[in-house]
Every structure is written in structure tokens, then in C-alpha cells.
Design a protein around this ligand. Structure first.
Ligand SMILES: *Cc1c(COP(=O)(O)O)cnc(C)c1O
Length: 398
């Protein structure tokens, strides 16, 4: 009999979205005449732009002829896509090299798989609340996690404790679920802390395309020194509607090196390259053709149009909460709006209240960590008219 990885027993039941579905289904079964509006989803809803679609078609056609057929591609991604990503960074004022870019099937895989590179014995900081992948992948490997509190007091942007040491630091900015985004000074403090502690920052930048404030960094590599201490995870899921198509990319700087126990230097780029070439065979040519089109002027303009649609929804939600005097976070520079549940309700209590009295579905903050217990997340990924209607109904309750 195999001995199992019993660290899996330490995972919390991932019941958030199934519990939401269960409660919504029970409600609709009992009230078939009511129109339920879903503002809980973390998935995009608008179709992919025509420029990307046309390149996806070209990718398919290339496979139909012997002269252009593609088999296995480079595990790290085709040069045409890696170069397109390099110029995208350049447009944002950040210089990276193509061999620092690793194309993948998404940021979820990479943020999870990165644990392969690090020993069990590390001090790992993870914010609470946060995207559950960081926590669960570390628990699966039997690692101890030190949580850093993201609370209303620190505007959901925890800062380093200079009196305590860390080895691995997870940062997600703009944040899921809180919508909070670090500014340059704050990120600089994290980078300086990481450098002083010889730590690595695992920076999830999945929502960089939602940043509208030009003073906010869109990459941790906009911060001096970050190339010596950070890995950046990016995704086309929210940027370009690739949640179902699947493509992301991770930047691992050439300068990122740490000392091994025998005193030699080990390059994280070389380790990740070894990991990926061993366990991953690359993203399909078709998808990479489409992904490269995201970074073309036409493709990017179409992505921005979709993002602006979602930003319009975020504005509606934010305005409505402001009108009711409900303190919220995010909504700008993020597709998420995070607010304190009115009348001291806890997040599941508020979930039921909102469903029963306004037929609006959101996401209880408790699903993202203990600090989310009194908070609630609404998303801007829904339909515009429905978002207006949902907020009208919510306003009438308070
Ligand atoms: C949506 C999301 C991602 C994207 O994951 P993919 O696997 O690329 O779809 C990454 N990080 C966070 C925090 C997210 O919310």
C-alpha cells in the first residue's frame, strides 16, 4: 500500500464556491420567479477580441500543412511570444530579457509549482486574506506558514516587520480579494526587506492591467533591487479573457541567485528552467499565437476595451457603496470591491441577507482567510445592466 501524502489531510475543505452554489440553488428552487444577479464570480465574461481570435485561427491552420506544422515547442515558450512580452514590459518602462520569461498555462500553475524550488524549512509569509492557492500549495508540501494580517488598519496592505526574519514572501498586488494595490514606496520597503533578509518575493501580478493610476507600479521590477529578490507571475486570464484558453508567464531574473548549503551559488532562473523542462512540455502553438496577438497594438486596444467595461462596473459598485457610507477597498486599479459587511454582520450572514433580500450573490470574505470574516467581495466581471440593477437593489436595503 502506498503511504499517502497526508499533508492533504491538513487542507481546509475547499467549500467556498460549492457552498455558494448550494445556497444559491436552494434559493432559486424556492423562489423560481426571482431574478438572481451574480456578482461573486472571479471569471471574466466578455468574449476574446477579434485580433486574438484571428491569430488563434491562424495557429490552427498552421498545423494543417506539413510546411508549417508544429510539434513540441520550446518548453519556455516560443521566441515570438517571449519577445512580445519583453516589449510589453518595455512599454511599461521595465527592462527584462527574453530568457527571463517562461510561458505557461497560467499563473495558478506557476504560483503553485514554484514551491518545488524551495526546501520545506523556510519562513514563509502569506497575507491573510488572499488568493487561496499560495496557502494550499504550501500545506500540500507540509510547510509551516506565517500569516501576515491584511486589515482595515493597514488598508489591507501589510508591511514588513523589520524585527523578524522571513525567507519567502508572497505578495499579490492589485490584490485578490481586497483590490488593494501597493504603491512604489511600499513595494520598495518590501524589496529592501527581502534584500536585507536574503529572502525571495513571489509577486503575483495577475491584475496589473487593471491599474489606472500611473504612479502605481505594474511590475515589481519597476522597483530598484527587485531583480535580486523577486519572481513575478503574470496571466492573460484577466488581461485578455484567457481564463478558458490558458496562458500565463513568469519572469525569473537572471540575477536571482541564492547560496546553497555547500556555499555555491544557485540561479533560480536555471532551477526553474530545469523544473519546467522536466515537468512541463510547453503551451500549445495555437494558444501562443493568440497570446502574442494580445501584445500587438490592435490586440491590446481590444483587451483594454473589455477591461474598461469591467472598470465601468467597478465604478458603479464603488459609487453605490460610497453613497451608502459603506467603507470599501479596491474598485479602482482592480476588478474587485471589498467592503465591511453592514450592521456588524459576518460574511456568510451577509451573503444570506443579500441573497434573500436583494437576490444578489457575492463572495463571503471568510473564504479568503480569517481576516475576511467581516468582509465581502463583489466583482466587476458581470454584465453592465445587471450590475446597475444589483446595486439599486442593494442600496434600497441600507
Ligand atoms: C485569476 C488569478 C490568477 C490567474 O490564474 P490563471 O491560472 O492564469 O488563470 C492568478 N492569481 C490570482 C490572484 C488570480 O486571482
Amino acid at each position: 500500500m502506498p503511504k499517502l501524502n497526508e499533508n492533504y489531510l491538513n487542507l481546509k475543505e475547499s467549500y467556498l464556491f460549492s457552498e455558494i452554489a448550494h445556497r444559491v440553488n436552494a434559493y432559486t428552487a424556492a423562489h423560481p420567479d426571482k431574478k438572481v444577479i451574480r456578482l461573486g464570480i472571479g471569471d471574466v465574461t466578455l468574449p476574446i477580441g477579434s485580433e486574438v481570435i484571428s491569430q488563434l485561427h491562424k495557429g490552427v491552420d498552421a498545423l494543417s500543412k506539413a510546411e508549417t506544422f508544429k510539434g513540441y515547442g520550446p518548453e519556455q515558450g516560443y521566441d515570438f511570444l517571449r519577445e512580445a512580452i519583453v516589449s510589453y514590459y518595455q512599454q511599461n518602462g521595465v527592462a527584462i530579457e527574453a530568457n527571463e520569461v517562461f510561458v505557461s498555462d497560467g499563473a495558478k500553475s506557476d504560483t503553485g509549482n514554484i514551491t518545488d524550488l524551495f526546501d520545506k524549512d523556510n519562513i514563509i509569509l502569506i497575507p491573510d486574506p488572499v488568493y487561496p492557492v499560495y496557502v494550499d500549495t504550501n500545506i500540500m508540501n507540509g510547510r509551516h506558514i506565517t500569516y501576515i494580517d491584511a486589515t482595515i488598519e493597514n488598508n489591507f496592505l501589510p508591511m514588513p516587520d523589520h524585527n523578524s526574519h522571513a525567507d519567502i514572501i508572497y505578495i499579490c498586488s492589485p490584490n485578490n480579494p481586497t483590490g488593494a494595490a501597493y504603491n512604489k514606496e511600499q513595494l520598495k520597503e518590501w524589496v529592501d526587506y527581502a534584500l536585507a533578509n536574503n529572502a525571495v518575493i513571489l509577486y503575483d501580478s495577475a491584475y496589473e492591467c487593471f491599474i489606472t493610476d500611473p504612479s502605481l507600479p505594474r511590475s515589481i521590477f519597476a522597483i530598484e533591487g527587485a531583480k535580486k529578490c523577486a519572481i513575478e507571475f503574470c496571466s492573460l486570464s484577466k488581461t485578455a479573457g484567457f481564463t478558458g484558453t490558458r496562458c500565463g508567464y513568469t519572469i525569473v531574473p537572471m540575477n536571482l541567485k541564492f547560496t546553497t548549503s555547500n556555499g555555491s551559488n544557485l540561479s533560480i532562473n536555471a532551477m526553474w528552467n530545469r523544473r519546467q523542462t522536466t515537468k512541463f512540455n510547453g503551451v500549445s502553438y495555437i494558444v501562443q499565437k493568440g497570446a502574442a496577438a494580445v501584445f500587438s497594438p490592435e490586440g491590446m486596444a481590444q483587451c483594454k476595451k473589455n477591461i474598461q467595461y469591467y472598470q465601468g462596473n467597478a465604478q458603479i459598485i464603488a459609487d453605490s457603496l460610497a453613497k451608502k457610507g459603506i467603507r470599501y477597498f479596491g474598485g479602482v486599479n482592480s476588478p474587485y470591491i471589498w467592503f465591511e459587511c453592514p450592521n456588524q454582520m459576518d460574511s456568510w450572514e451577509f451573503f444570506d441577507y443579500l441573497l434573500n433580500h436583494a437576490q444578489v450573490v457575492g463572495t463571503p470574505g471568510a473564504g479568503f482567510g480569517k481576516n475576511g470574516q467581516k468582509f465581502f467581495r463583489l466583482t466587476s466581471f458581470g454584465n453592465h445592466e445587471n450590475t446597475i440593477e444589483a446595486m439599486k437593489r442593494m442600496e434600497s436595503l441600507f
